[in-house]
Ligand binder design. Structure first.
Ligand code: NAI
Ligand code: 5RP
Length: 292
């Protein structure tokens, strides 16, 4: 089938290639003309034969919103928009309604697989009506990993991004657990080769996983991660997971702590620890360290 794909960065660029390898036609648009097949959204829409399926794979928030707004004005009744970016799930209902008013279908799709997806396939979690999902199914089949699993119609509009958000919350906590274990192993003299301990865990252990494999890759590149600064960004999914947990009164101590650990990583000199030091000094006369 034919697909219009908007956003040809780390994700969309490889997805275009994987879908083409499966025998489909993909026409890509990106605001960066070096990677684009067409040079405007209008040209993309005019080039595709109807009924069209257009997949949006740009940063969540303003870029996704403006793209969907423009598509709503360009597409025709019976066409479908898929939002494959990491959009906040609460945006999906709004996007679905905006497009439905023009007779355009909408499917939200959480995509997992990162820059490895071209070869390994992309795990997909999608939400929307069965009718709209069916129109995108050949593309889902091209993107998904080989094998029985890796693709799910999670529910109605919003369910795909909600499932991907929870997936990313779990990702935060798993990464935090490996990171904490690694730091503790590095802190003691008795363990002389931390990287080999991590490598040994890749087979047979309870904690083997793809993230563990990637940790070993990172340690092979830089055995003690000396080239990196201990600073970790976040792009929203962890925050939204914690917000959803609060809305539903579901306790998420591990995921919340892993999000807060990232915030702490961005502080050179913790203001709250200054207060802790000051209070210990006030009540117990405990020593403080002053700035030089
Ligand atoms: N990198 C990852 O591991 C994953 C990323 N995602 C999500 O996929 C989406 C894309 O992510 P990446 O490819 O990593 O980002 P990226 O920054 O590598 O690529 C984004 C692309 O979109 C283009 N773009 C931005 N605004 C545009 C607009 N208004 N119109 C047309 N093109 C526009 C940029 O020029 C760029 O080529 C994001 O929503 C991200 O959260 C989802 C799963 C994994
Ligand atoms: O969806 C992903 C992986 O599954 C993206 O890599 C996402 O950017 C990770 O989240 P964060 O940037 O908040 O660490």
């Amino acid at each position: 089938m034919e697909l219009g794909l908007i956003g040809l960065g780390k994700m969309g660029g490889n997805m275009r290639e994987r879908i083409r390898r499966a025998g489909h036609t993909v026409i890509g648009y990106d605001r960066n003309p070096d990677v684009a097949d067409v040079h405007s959204l209008k040209e993309l829409v005019d080039t595709l034969k109807g009924p069209r399926v257009v997949w949006v794979m740009v940063p969540s928030g303003a870029a996704t919103q403006s793209t969907i707004d423009e598509l709503a004005g360009l597409l025709s009744p019976g066409d479908i928009v898929v939002d494959g970016g990491n959009s906040r799930w609460t945006d999906d209902e709004k996007h679905g309604e905006e497009l439905k008013a023009k007779g355009i279908g909408f499917v939200d799709c959480g995509v997992s697989g990162g820059v490895w997806g071209l070869e390994n396939g992309y795990a997909l979690m999608y939400g929307g009506s069965a009718e709209d999902v069916a129109k995108v199914q050949p593309i889902f089949d091209a993107l998904k990993p080989e094998g029985e699993f890796g693709s799910v119609h999670a529910g109605k509009i919003g369910a795909g991004h909600f499932a991907k958000m929870v997936h990313n919350g779990i990702e935060y906590a798993m990464m935090q657990a490996y990171a904490e274990g690694w730091e503790l192993l590095e802190a003691v003299d008795s363990v002389t080769d931390v990287r080999e301990v991590f490598r040994s865990w890749q087979e047979g252990t309870v904690i083997r996983s793809w993230l563990l494999d990637l940790a070993v890759n990172a340690l092979d590149d830089d055995e003690h991660l000396e080239k990196l600064r201990g600073f970790a960004q976040d792009s929203g999914e962890g925050r939204w997971t914690v917000e959803a947990a609060i809305d539903n009164a579901v306790p998420l101590p591990a995921i919340t702590a892993s999000l807060f650990a990232r915030f702490a990583s961005r502080q050179d000199d913790s203001p709250q620890m200054k207060m802790i030091a000051a209070l210990r000094n006030q009540f117990g006369g405990h020593a403080v360290e002053n700035k030089k």
